[in-house]
Ligand binder design. Structure first.
Ligand SMILES: NC(=O)c1ccc[n+]([C@@H]2O[C@H](COP(=O)([O-])OP(=O)(O)OC[C@H]3O[C@@H](n4cnc5c(N)ncnc54)[C@H](O)[C@@H]3O)[C@@H](O)[C@H]2O)c1
Ligand SMILES: [Zn+2]
Ligand SMILES: [Zn+2]
Length: 382
């Protein structure tokens, strides 16, 4: 089969690989019909994720058709059109029993924190991902779900990560009626978090980024007030001014460790590798929220971080909530929102890239060129 293959930082190729085989009775093999590139893939692409091995195939957002099932699979049959959550999870361990699918204890021998993710390095289990023609889906009775007839492929593929993660970011904010919510990051995740904040009763929604074309999307897609942080000496002061000097009730970090906006942090992380990334968006979130407020973190961070304003969070009495998104837990509610038109995930799609040209897709998305917000990957297209 043809598959995206990692050859080192910034080096992506499409190569021949063996079609994956059933390795366990509860595996399925899925023929990918639509995939996507996530902001999280950029951390791999930039060489920042530990134990990203040469030859690994990325891709944790994909939908497809069941090609083959192992002998114990009961919920899927060959030919089913399925969506697959980015988490691989067993469905029965202590954590899965409590809905913590992203923290499953049975799927990743290398870590005690994160569970397993398709195509996301050996740190999250070493499973090959869906930026390929075929992918092996472990625990096939647990993760995948049939795509309802009324749901389009483009909506479905966005429901495998970006949309549930944005929605989850808003949920972790514990928004109550009338709350002022500030979202850092206007990528797909932040845009959906902003949109979801309204669905959860927010009275005011603000989005912060430095890419004008994405802030424009925050206005049109999420009806948010927008702030370009490069236009202010101090974006936190601007946030305070905008909120009667009290701060927002809820701040959502949808940026993660590759944040721009602070040269010192950039040099010590990206250049000198003295820390695992820049906590600038997290610190802005901690500073922008009012005393007693809530900070929700869905942006990705490596295991160890320095220079986080933890003391300020303590002394302000903040609630900090965070996790990788347990995607399948979000689906029932999100299916309703998509069906009744409250959320239109496919509006985020800007690029549809044939698998053969995926290297160009990574470049465009990483460098934020050509108005790119969400690139899809199409294995079927030549
Ligand atoms: N928790 C999860 O389950 C989960 C799932 C998906 C993605 N993620 C993470 O969420 C984050 C966002 O994902 P995405 O796909 O939207 O990525 P993206 O790269 O498309 O978007 C990130 C945005 O943040 C902006 N930004 C950079 N520095 C900023 C700053 N200091 N303040 C405000 N905005 C800033 C960038 O300009 C960009 O628009 C990534 O870290 C990704 O790894 C987490
Ligand atoms: Zn992702
Ligand atoms: Zn489990």
């Amino acid at each position: 089969m043809r598959a995206m293959v990692y050859r080192g930082p910034y080096k992506i190729r499409v190569e021949e690989k063996d079609v994956p085989a059933i390795e366990h009775p509860n595996d399925a093999i899925v023929r990918v019909t639509t995939g996507a590139i996530c902001g999280s893939d950029l951390h791999l692409y930039h060489g920042l994720m530990p134990d990203t091995r040469i030859g690994h195939t990325f891709g944790h957002e994909f939908i497809g058709v069941v090609e083959q099932v192992g002998p114990s699979v009961q919920n899927l049959t060959v030919g089913d059109r399925v969506m697959v959550p980015f988490n691989i999870f067993c469905g029965s361990c202590w954590f899965c029993a409590r809905g913590l699918y992203s923290n499953c204890h049975n799927v990743n021998p290398n870590a005690t924190a994160v569970g397993a993710i398709y195509g996301y390095s050996h740190t999250t289990g070493g499973y090959d991902g869906g930026q390929a023609e075929y992918v092996r889906v472990p625990f096939a009775d647990v993760g995948p779900t049939l795509i309802p007839d009324w749901m389009s492929d483009e909506d479905a593929v966005l429901l495998t990560d970006a949309v549930p993660t944005g929605y989850f970011g808003a949920q972790l904010g514990e928004i109550v009626e009338g709350d002022t919510v500030v979202v850092f990051g206007a990528g797909p995740v932040g845009l959906v978090a902003a949109k979801s904040a309204w669905l959860m009763g927010a009275g005011r929604v603000m989005v912060i980024d430095h890419l004008e074309y994405r802030l424009e999307k925050a206005r049109s897609f999420a009806h948010a007030e927008t702030f370009n942080f490069t236009e202010y000496d101090d974006i936190v002061v601007a946030m305070k001014r905008a909120t009667d000097h009290l701060g927002a009730d809820v701040a959502i970090d949808a940026v993660g460790a590759e944040a721009d906006g602070n040269l010192l942090q950039h040099v010590t992380s990206a250049t000198l590798k003295l820390q695992g990334g820049s906590p600038v968006a997290l610190n802005w979130a901690i500073d922008s929220v009012r005393k007693g407020g809530t900070v929700s973190v869905v942006g990705a961070y490596g295991p160890i971080f320095s220079a986080v304003k933890f003391g300020d969070a303590v002394n302000k009495g903040l609630t900090l909530r965070m996790n990788q998104c347990p995607v399948k837990r979000q689906w029932p509610r999100l299916f309703e929102h998509v069906r009744n038109g409250h959320l239109r995930p496919s509006e985020l799609v800007t690029h549809r890239i044939p698998l053969e040209h995926i290297a160009e897709g990574y470049h465009i998305f990483s460098a934020k060129l050509d108005g790119c917000i969400k690139p899809l990957v199409l294995p079927g297209a030549a």
